[in-house]
Write a protein that binds this ligand. Sequence first.
Ligand code: GDP
Ligand code: MN
Length: 377
Amino acid sequence: MVKLAEWQGKVVFRKYGVPLPRGEVARSASEAEALVRSGKVPLPCVIKAQVLSGGRGKGGAVRFASTPEEARAAAEAILALDFKGEKVRTVLLEEKLPIGRELYVAMTLDRSQRLPLLMASARGGVEVESVADEEIDRQTVHPFPGLTSYEKRRAARALGVTGAQARSLEKVLDSLWKAFQLEDAELVEINPLAVVGDGLVALDAKVVIEDDASFRHPEYAEVRDDRTELEEIAREKEIAFVQLDGNIGVIANGAGLTMATLDVLKEFGGEPGVFLDLGGTDDPKKVTEAFLLMARAKPAAVFLNIFGGITRCDTVAKGLVEAMTQVPAAERFPLVARIRGNNEAEGIEILRSAGVTAIPDLKASAQAAVEAARGRP
Ligand code: GDP
Ligand code: MN
């Protein structure tokens, strides 16, 4: 089960258009203060512990500040907390909105009915656990038609919103439904969904990704706050990049092929050290960036396993060759490539003329990569 921290859930929400307060994360009190001083987080602001346990509002892990000094002090106090046994390492700072009512909406899976379930309650906020069953409206949503207008209107009625607020709610629900479907979530929850003037804003976010779908979402494989420096850089560039303990770098495309490639290397006695999933891209610029990042991880050898479907082998190869020239000579490493599919012959030709070992057979190429890494640090 991949349970996202609030700020990570909000990254997902933003992607699907759920309205959110302006906010930024900080990992130290001085970073928090700087965010406020620079105006990136407007005052007054809310400072919230980024932990996976709920009940932060009641547990002193949500504080307010109206000056940079107060923001610093609040961040310092929260970062010193051991919240329900969880060390607080990150805080989220957000603009403090003048809120009216606090509502509750969530989409989850009703396993007994085998359908998504939309829940809505006008009694959102910190006490939602104690809200009586009959005060939570529940509707199953059939995945084929998706969330219908009728269901959205019924939710609006349950929440007691009309006019512009009801229109805002419909958008929020559409976004929530999309997030639930496309991210393979088992829960997307907004509590509170706050009434702010004519609109609604998600003040909190709870997102849990379905474990069985994790192969479709390699981006969640490493959802933790302990990313390495390179992983952090990769994340900013939207490159799927994970550091492991071994010494062979793996570049593949698609989560499935990437995982299979790690297995094959292991099978032949290799230890994968870093893997990088190019996904569906063959954009030479992206390939170059990814490769340079790989170089910074100092692998003993790199095994490239590309299947050209939508991705064209020759453009990937071009990107790689271009990238190789940018790696300083002292940091070069042996590169073994297996590329199959669309424009394969051209791709292999490009790689070979650049001095890359290109072997179409999977086993043979994996063995060559393990061999190339042997004896190197
Ligand atoms: P939880 O207790 O862990 O679920 O934390 P929440 O993120 O739900 O925050 C708890 C409470 O803090 C909310 O129910 C709000 O009452 C309050 N709160 C959070 N953000 C804001 C804000 O931007 N403005 C105001 N006025 N209150 C906020
Ligand atoms: Mn909450």
